[in-house]
Design a protein around this ligand. Structure first.
Ligand code: DAH
Length: 349
């Protein structure tokens, strides 16, 4: 009987070496360890073995059983590994290859500056008002007190839209939104139009020669405040505060007289160059000051066009270029980078 057990073991183990896949493993298990296997037969017939041999045979039968089970487990993992190796070869998939690094996107530097500008103005009580990008000639120029043939009109070479009855233009600045906002506010209560404090962000378009200083599209942020007792001091205080929040608490400002058709009086605000502290450098072109925005008291004709009585209401407005501010904040030398989609540029922000 012991010889028979040895033979059962030897036969089973050598058969196991031939096994190559999962199905054959199952078949082998059934044949050599299952209910109808020779080994099970030995266990079943143990009662018929002579009493004195029974212990030895039983012990040996158990050993064989344990050996076969261990061999099966070992063979199982070999078969599995072989299958994986085969699939790697067939699928050309290398699971040992390191993963590709996950690339994080970032916020475009112009958008970062735009958001910062709107956040600061928001903290100061200016609510965002978005207006359209395609405007009529009337809103872009006429209601803003640019009479036909006004020389300032020539300054803004515009993209006109073809095939429309009335002249349609890609807005050359965010100022036409002032009229739209005023008219909307005034319509809510024509007898007593409510005060206004809004910021108007948006893309503007000009048919210009593209250079390191000028692009054909760019972002502006406009501001508008209308009320019954607003003065030029409010304008200066508000914009100087804005400059401190934007460029640092020690940022000094100055206002220079300027001309815009839609404001009277008009000014430009400079901020002391924050790169050289006013000493004079390449960025401020040795001037010590950087021009940040245009501003002024809303012209009576503009108030009238917006539905606000200029004898009762006053207000101030301002407009600034977002890319220009981003260029100053980050010392960017060429405005064309903003539309270049060059990752080497974008990755720096
Ligand atoms: N619209 C002007 C421009 O595009 C900027 C500007 C200047 C806006 C003065 C204003 C302002 O509201 O008061 O150059």
């Amino acid at each position: 009987m012991l010889d028979k057990l040895n033979e059962i073991q030897a036969t089973a183990l050598s058969a196991l070496e031939e096994v190559q896949d999962e199905a054959a493993l199952q078949a082998w298990k059934q044949k050599h360890t299952g209910g109808n296997s020779e080994l099970t037969g030995v266990f079943k017939g143990i009662g018929k073995v002579a009493k004195e041999d029974r212990g030895k045979v039983g012990k040996r039968a158990n050993e064989v059983k344990v050996a076969l089970e261990a061999a099966l487990t070992a063979r199982k993992s070999e078969v599995k590994e072989a299958a994986l190796a085969r699939s790697l070869e067939e699928d050309h998939l290398d699971v040992t290859l390191p993963g590709r690094p996950f690339r994080h996107g970032g916020i475009h530097p112009a958008t970062q500056t735009l958001r910062r500008t709107l956040k600061i103005l928001g903290d100061m009580g200016f609510q965002v008002y978005t207006s359209r990008e395609v405007e009529s000639d009337a809103y872009n120029f006429e209601h803003l007190n640019f009479p036909p043939g006004h020389p300032a009109r020539e300054m803004q070479d515009s993209f006109y839209i073809e095939g429309t009855d009335t002249a349609q233009v890609m807005r050359t600045h965010t100022s036409p939104g002032q009229i739209r906002a005023m008219r909307e506010y005034a319509a809510s209560n024509p007898e007593n139009p409510p005060p206004i404090r809004i910021s108007l962000p948006g893309m503007c378009y000009r048919s210009e020669q593209i250079t390191h200083r000028s692009e054909i599209q760019f972002n502006q942020v406009e501001g508008l405040a209308i009320g019954e007792f607003i003065t030029f001091s409010d304008l200066k205080g508000t914009l100087s505060d804005f400059a401190r929040r934007m460029f640092g608490q020690h940022a000094r400002t100055r206002f220079r007289a300027q001309h815009f058709p839609f404001t009277e009086p008009s000014a430009e605000m400079d901020v002391e160059c924050f790169l050289c502290g006013g000493e004079g450098c390449n960025v401020c072109k040795k001037a010590g000051w950087l021009e940040i925005l245009g501003c002024g008291m809303v012209h009576p004709n503009v108030l009238t066009a917006g539905g606000y009585d200029p004898n009762r209401y006053t207000g101030f407005a301002f407009g600034m270029g977002t890319e220009r501010q981003a260029m100053l904040r980050h010392n960017i030398k060429d405005i064309r980078y903003f539309w270049g989609n060059d990752e080497r540029f974008l990755e720096q922000f």
